[in-house]
Write a protein that binds this ligand. Structure first.
Ligand SMILES: C[S@@+](CC[C@H](N)C(=O)[O-])C[C@H]1O[C@@H](n2cnc3c(N)ncnc32)[C@H](O)[C@@H]1O
Length: 250
């Protein structure tokens, strides 16, 4: 393990990211071009059509060049296992960023169709370039919008075939304050099938306390939840929590 993983606070790209957080919440980008640079790096260094190599190249970029807000490899392994348990035909991610999480879902469920909702059009462009390089553009789609926009993004998803009982996996990884309301909007549409799995990242850092409290209150009723103790992406100092919740109704 290199010093960048042991001492992440000494990395300039991590300090830059922390300083950029207020702008990031508005634009979805750090502001130094690292998201576009990720797609450039993948196109230059990853073998075209090789999903494993594209993911490994993004991890390498995040470790060696600029820290990224992907789910990362450690938490990504938890996501992979949940995806395999859900065995999805249709999966939905909230928060695309550079397309890494959706690519992991597509790899773990090779015959699935994956949709990802992202409010920043510039991130959607980056993700689409990376998915094209990985050769998964035919089954991974980014919808630009937000679940909380009054129904137009939900309607756009319905136009892509989202229907009651038709969603097998939901990965929540966007605005932490919207985790619960966006889950509820999806529940209101009845899209989750019985036995579907909902995975939520960053429940400890930055934290989604209302979402965690809801899942605790719903334990054994609407959802059956396991809390996975893990670490914030691309380092080993800061702990994080990933929640994996099986839907018991539907
Ligand atoms: C942590 S990153 C997602 C990482 C991605 N899931 C992965 O593992 O590769 C969060 C992303 O959510 C986006 N975002 C923030 N609020 C959002 C919202 N309300 N709806 C959709 N996307 C949002 C941000 O622009 C950012 O790209």
């Amino acid at each position: 393990m290199g010093w960048k993983q042991r001492l992440p606070f000494l990395r300039w790209s991590m300090v830059r990211m922390a300083l950029a957080m207020p702008g990031f919440l508005k634009t979805g980008q750090i502001g130094d071009g690292r998201e576009r640079a990720t797609a450039d790096y993948v196109e230059a260094h990853a073998r075209r059509g090789d999903v494993d190599h594209v993911l490994a190249t993004i991890d390498e970029f995040a470790r060696e060049k600029s820290m990224l807000m992907n789910v990362g490899d450690e938490k990504g392994a938890l996501l992979d296992a949940a995806v395999r348990r859900a065995n999805p035909v249709r999966a939905l991610e909230l928060g695309t960023y550079c397309g890494y999480g959706a690519l992991r879902i597509a790899r773990a469920a090779p015959s699935s169709e994956v949709f990802s909702v992202e409010f920043a059009a510039a991130n959607a462009d980056v993700a689409r370039r990376i998915w094209a390089h990985a050769g998964v553009s035919d089954r991974v789609t980014c919808v630009v919008g937000t679940i909380g926009d009054g129904g137009s993004t939900l309607d756009a998803l319905a136009g892509h075939g989202f229907a009651p009982g038709g969603l097998d996996l939901l990965f929540i990884d966007h605005d932490k304050s919207a985790y619960l309301s966006d889950l509820q909007a999806i529940l209101d549409r009845g899209w989750l099938r019985r036995g579907a799995i909902v995975v939520a990242d960053n429940v400890r850092i930055p934290g989604a306390p209302k979402y965690r409290a809801y899942m605790r209150e719903q334990q054994g009723r609407q959802f059956d939840t396991v809390e996975h103790r893990t670490h914030v992406e691309y380092q080993t100092l800061m702990p994080d929590l990933v929640l994996e919740s099986r839907y018991l109704q539907g």
